[in-house]
Design a protein around this ligand. Structure first.
Ligand SMILES: [Zn+2]
Length: 212
């Protein structure tokens, strides 16, 4: 884990909490991550974003346009696969497991292709459980006539309802100079263990159906 070597930010001098990943005043990345190859040299030139609560975070928020395209790409892919018997199920299942793999670092296939990444407000990448739980929480955003999605267009921090629920932001992958480690909260882990069996049933059911 990255940690501050002292109680003050080496860049701006603001006090930082012990173990903080980044300075909440200037966004400088603290601890071992500041020597990451992508952030060699001074941290001054790296992109930061001032959130509406005043906190400065590493990286730049991804544009809503790019996020929307990444989401639509996934919907179209799964929509097409759903129309194809057997081969659609096989590819869809493989795609889902690829997603589960990418969840470990705050992405799915769409996010990977369009270079966006989910990060936590503590400066870690969103971990497997957080990314999974965020996907489940997105159902609430959809059920509210999609309001959980489209309000993000008018929100300074471009946060969907499911971002707010999970404490996440979506950044442009190329701008991310924060922590490369991922983490998840305990609430997200509980959501996973509740929903994982249901999703597994969703995959297995068509097999039994095909077998008659
Ligand atoms: Zn600072």
């Amino acid at each position: 884990m990255a940690s501050a070597s002292s109680g003050f930010c080496p860049q701006c001098g603001a006090p930082v909490a012990f173990g903080a990943n980044f300075c909440r005043d200037c966004g400088a990345v603290l601890g071992e991550n500041s020597s990451d190859t992508r952030t060699s040299g001074t941290t001054d030139n790296h992109p930061h974003t001032r959130l509406s609560d005043g906190t400065m975070v590493p990286g730049e928020l991804a544009s809503m346009g790019r996020r929307t395209v990444a989401l639509l790409a996934m919907i179209v892919i799964y929509g097409v696969l759903n129309e194809l018997p057997v081969i659609g199920w096989i590819i869809g299942t493989i795609a889902y497991f690829v997603n589960l793999y990418l969840f470990q670092r705050g992405q799915d296939i769409g996010a990977r292709i369009f270079n966006v990444r989910i990060v936590m407000d503590n400066g870690d990448l969103a971990g497997f459980y957080t990314t999974f739980a965020r996907g489940i929480a997105a159902i609430i955003s959809i059920l509210a006539l999609g309001a959980g999605f489209w309000t993000a267009y008018f929100n300074d921090d471009r946060r969907t309802w499911h971002d707010k629920m999970l404490g996440t932001y979506v950044v442009d992958e190329n701008s991310w100079n924060g922590n490369l480690e991922a983490s998840s909260g305990s609430g997200a882990k509980i959501v996973f263990w509740i929903f994982a069996p249901l999703i597994l049933l969703g995959f297995v059911y068509p097999v039994f159906q095909a077998l008659g």
